[in-house]
Design a protein. Structure first.
Length: 56
């Protein structure tokens, strides 16, 4: 019997698929967009830095 995915796992899976679809459609249009993968801690740090910059 297979286990059901949690909401968090479903979200991560959907985000990865969305990223792959974007990469594929960009390649079809001749664009080269580098894939950026960040860990959750890196994402949190980046968001905090952006908030600090824009919420003066």
């Amino acid at each position: 019997m297979s286990k059901k995915l949690t909401d968090k796992q479903k979200t991560r899976l959907w985000e990865r698929q969305r990223s792959r679809n974007f990469q594929a459609s960009s390649a079809l249009e001749g664009l080269s967009v580098p894939l950026i993968e960040l860990s959750q801690t890196e994402v949190d740090a980046r968001i905090a830095a952006l908030r600090a910059h824009y919420e003066r």
